[in-house]
Design a protein around this ligand. Structure first.
Ligand code: DHB
Length: 389
C-alpha cells in the first residue's frame, strides 16, 4: 500500500513538473504583419478580426502550447514590412510569419523567411509569382490569374465583344490584365485599350473619361481591396452605365467590406471571385454570424477568409507536429491540407504551396435591403493558372 502511494505521489510530482515545464515553454508565436493604417487598412482590420475569431473559436492552446498572436502595422509600405518581419524573427523569435496585405510587402519579406526557415502564410496578397519568391510561402488568399480567367469566359458568353481593361499598376493588376485579356482575345473578343492606374492615391476620373471615349461593350476592372467603392461611384457618376458600358471586375471591386456603401449603382455588376459573404453553406453562415457578432458593423470580406483559413493552416500544422514543429516541419505539415473553408473546399497544393479553390461568378443583388455578391455559377477546384505558364 505504502509503496503504491509513494509511486502515485512520485508520478503526481512528475506531472506537476511536466505542467510547469509546459508553462515555461515558450509560447508558439505568430507574427501577423498587416496594414492597420493607411490606404490598405481595411485589409488589416479584416484579417486581424478573423484571426482573433479563429482563436476564440478554437482556443489559444494547441497540444499544450500557448499560441500568441503578435500584430504589427506595416502601413502597407514594403520597407516597413521587411523591418518588422526582421524584428519578429530575430527579437521575438516567431515560429510563423503571416498576413502580407499587398504584394510588395510579401515580396520584400521573401528572403528573410527563406534565410531563417520561417513559414510565411500569405493571407491577402495575390500576385501569382509570390509563392515562387520563397519556398517558405504558403498562400491562403487567392491569385488574380485564378479569378480573372473565369471573367473572360463569362464576358464572351454574355455577348461582350469589346473591352477596355483598367487595373492598379502593380503585380496583381498586371496579372488580372494579362489573364483576363488573353482569355478574352483567345475566344474572339477585342481589347481596345489597357489602362493602368497608380496604386497610391489613384484618381480614376481621367481614366474613365478615356473609357467613355473608347466606347467598349464593357470595362474590366481590378483594384485592390478598399479602392472598389471609389471606382464604382465614379463609374456611375460619369453615367458610364447609361452610355451602355457594362462594368465587370474581379470581386476585389465589389468587396464585401464596402459593398453596402456603394449604393444601388452597384446592382447587377458581375464579378468573379473565390469568396462572398453570401456563400450559401452552413459553415459560411456560422462564420459570418460569429464574425459580425464579434465585430460590430463589419461584414467579413475575402481578406477575412484568407486570414481565418491561414490560422487554420497554422493551427493544424502545430497539431500535426505535436506542438514542437521546427520551421521546416511546420511547412511540411501546411502543405497538402484539404478542408472546408467558409468559401468552399480548399486545398494547399503541396507542389506549389498555393491554394486550389472554387471560383464563383456573382452578381450584385439586394437581399433584405442589403447589397450582396450572389453566386450564380462555379468553376470547381481552380489551380493558379500562373503556375503552368
Ligand atoms: C492585392 C491586394 C489586394 O487588396 C487585393 O484585393 C488583391 C491583391 C495584392 O497586393 O496582392
Amino acid at each position: 500500500m505504502k509503496r503504491r502511494h509513494l509511486i502515485q505521489a512520485a508520478s503526481l510530482t512528475a506531472l506537476a513538473f511536466a505542467t510547469q515545464f509546459a508553462m515555461a515553454q515558450d509560447a508558439f508565436k505568430i507574427g501577423l504583419v498587416l496594414p492597420m493604417t493607411g490606404q490598405q487598412a481595411s485589409t488589416g482590420r479584416q484579417i486581424e478580426a478573423a484571426a482573433r475569431l479563429y482563436m476564440a473559436q478554437h482556443g489559444d492552446t494547441v497540444e499544450g502550447r500557448k499560441v500568441e498572436l503578435i500584430v504589427k502595422d506595416d502601413t502597407s509600405l514594403p520597407d516597413v514590412t521587411k523591418r518588422l518581419a526582421q524584428e519578429l524573427i530575430v527579437n521575438d523569435k516567431v515560429n510563423v510569419l503571416a498576413g502580407f496585405g499587398i504584394t510588395p510587402s510579401a515580396m520584400s519579406t521573401a528572403p528573410l523567411g527563406t534565410q531563417s526557415k520561417t513559414p510565411m502564410v500569405v493571407m491577402a496578397a495575390a500576385t501569382s509569382s509570390i509563392t515562387e519568391a520563397s519556398p517558405y510561402f504558403v498562400r491562403t488568399s487567392f491569385t488574380l490569374p485564378q479569378v480573372s480567367v473565369a471573367m473572360g469566359d463569362w464576358a464572351i458568353k454574355n455577348n461582350i465583344k469589346s473591352v477596355v481593361s483598367l487595373v492598379a499598376d502593380y503585380g496583381p493588376g498586371k496579372d488580372a490584365e494579362k489573364y483576363f485579356n488573353e482569355r478574352f482575345t483567345e475566344k474572339g473578343g477585342k481589347v481596345i485599350e489597357e489602362l493602368r492606374v497608380p496604386l497610391r492615391n489613384p484618381d480614376f476620373a481621367p481614366f474613365l473619361q478615356k473609357v467613355r471615349d473608347d466606347k467598349p461593350d464593357a470595362l474590366f476592372v481590378f483594384v485592390p481591396s478598399g479602392a472598389g467603392a471609389a471606382v464604382m461611384k465614379q463609374f456611375v457618376a460619369r453615367g458610364m452605365d447609361k452610355a451602355g458600358i457594362r462594368l465587370i471586375a474581379t470581386g476585389d471591386v465589389t468587396d464585401d467590406d464596402q459593398l453596402n456603401d456603394m449604393g444601388d449603382g452597384a446592382l447587377g455588376v458581375v464579378t468573379s471571385h473565390h469568396y462572398s459573404a453570401d456563400h450559401p453553406s452552413a459553415l459560411n453562415k456560422k462564420f459570418v454570424a460569429e464574425f459580425e457578432k464579434a465585430n460590430k458593423d463589419m461584414r467579413p470580406n475575402f481578406m477575412a477568409v484568407g486570414g481565418y483559413d491561414g490560422m487554420r493552416v497554422i493551427y493544424e500544422a502545430l497539431k500535426a507536429t505535436k506542438g514542437k514543429g521546427t520551421g521546416d516541419q511546420l511547412l511540411a505539415a501546411m502543405k497538402g491540407q484539404k478542408f472546408e473553408s467558409p468559401r468552399g473546399e480548399v486545398f494547399i497544393d503541396p507542389a506549389t504551396r498555393d491554394i486550389v479553390q472554387d471560383v464563383y461568378l456573382r452578381k450584385v443583388e439586394k437581399k433584405d435591403g442589403q447589397l450582396y455578391n450572389v453566386e450564380f455559377d462555379v468553376i470547381k477546384a481552380v489551380k493558379d493558372p500562373g503556375k503552368t505558364k
